[in-house]
Design a protein around this ligand. Sequence first.
Ligand code: ADA
Length: 580
Amino acid sequence: MLYPKANEFRQVMDLSGFFDFKLDPEKRGEKENWQKGTEGCRVISVPASWNEQFLDTKNYLGFAWYFKRFYPPLSWKEGRVWLRIGAANYYAKVWVNGEFVGEHEGGYLPFQFEISDKIRFGEENLLSIEVENELSPTRVPPGNIPPEEEPRPLRFYPDVNFDFFPYGGIHRPVYLFSTPKSYIEDITVMTSIEGGKGIVECVVVKRGEDVQEGRVHLEGKGTKIDQKIKFEGNTAKTKLTVEKAILWSPENPYLYELSVEISSSKGTVDKYCLPVGIRTIEVKGKKLYLNGKPIFLKGFGKHEDFPVLGKGLCLPLMVKDYSLMKWIGANSFRTSHYPYSEEMMDLADRQGFLVIDEIPAVGLFFGRGVERRLALCKQYISELIARDKNHPSVIIWSIANEPHSTKPQAKAFFKELYEHAKSLDPSRPVTLVSMLGLKEEALEFLDLICLNRYYGWYTDSGQLDIACQRLEKELEEIFRVHKKPIILSEFGAGSIAGMHADPPEMFSEEYQAELIRRYCELIESKPYMVGEHVWCFADFKTAQAPHRVILNRKGVFTRTREPKLAAHILRKIWRKKENG
Ligand code: ADA
């Protein structure tokens, strides 16, 4: 799914900003035709969650309506007009001028509809979007699971089966964009390396019978390649060879520019440009290789989370987070526990971060409704790979976080998801982030192992020596059995910023820093360990529960991005090479 970009053939109008907003707790809106407009609205900002923009929406998880009036440029009349929503959590229905255009389930991936036949040129148009964020056991991620289905000692309010706040709303930009009648629908880029040469394979999909050919152009330092393409049906394939290719890596995130044009008998009719990073990623033996060299992932699990914004896209915050990750010496992060924004992925390409890209399959259980949850996970894998397949920064797909794989059908469930991901993208390793260790039967077929461990926090609390002994024993055991590279994808401790104790005690900054230091020391001593992702980058909002002090406080930065002692310790560890 191509991100909307303007050029001489395409235009983009960002509808983000102030929308009219109205809660619909009785779900009366559709019956009362709110899609044609309604009274009694307030102003809300998009993109952002609704929960922290007002006092009466904090824990609101029901239906809500967004309205925006707009004028499409007359010049768009000749082409096609599209509406694209970057993400709306959890379920969205869309109308233009009161006419239904489509709906989408899932809170973290974009969806778009052609609205050419609904748009009225030369007059004001009305966009109406109904968003609802109800929790349900048959949704992914699940909530409101009956206790008998999923016994848990401590339940959250709202009753989520995951450890972050269930923010609702339109969290990413709303774009109106135009394409020509005949247009480029999709571009897939696969890169490889053959004897120092970069190989860039492109597959172009177009729409429009009048188009039979086109061209691709790849430009970069010392490279300018131009190649004709011919369509068979709606698809054209080509392969470019880049002499002395500059490979993409965290040290040198070099991006070429690929330009694709399609033409009819009257000449070029559409064009789309995208950055291309030439790199390879593969698992071999006990190592993870980038461009044929072993790599080690240093970084974090994160969240899209900030006061007032909730999960809303915030570019200054994104720039800040990347600058702090550079400062601390990280080269990687996981999009825990859902796909992050396209803008975040673009910056990962440009700044050279290695990303584990995760679908919103967190808190999965294997009781009633498992078929529906499987179908949703497959949908999310398809949508995520369609969106992020061309990012060199994305090196691994994660098909779940900490599933409660305690039932026999869990292995088949994940085998089906693993094969689905591989069928869509054979070029990247696929993993699942497990808390069960050897009891996770899916470890048998995953390409590499991601494990979350909290010895010294939830177990062996306050006893770091025992914690590290347990961790070492378990890592050795898992590698002995599976002989696959392992990433410790979560480890850490909570700390209240400003709270100190010596000797270190739980919730003090010193304890958090010392646990992280001890874990990193152990992880880096094992040749089969290929990554350490601290949980987590910054404190973040969770639902309410006795074990959460308003926030999950395992961040090495506070929620407003002030460094705790652990941040300074990590900087010493991760930048020790530079610091000598
Ligand atoms: C799990 C989970 C995280 C967070 C963490 C914690 O590993 O994946 O989302 O809940 O535990 O802080 O306990």
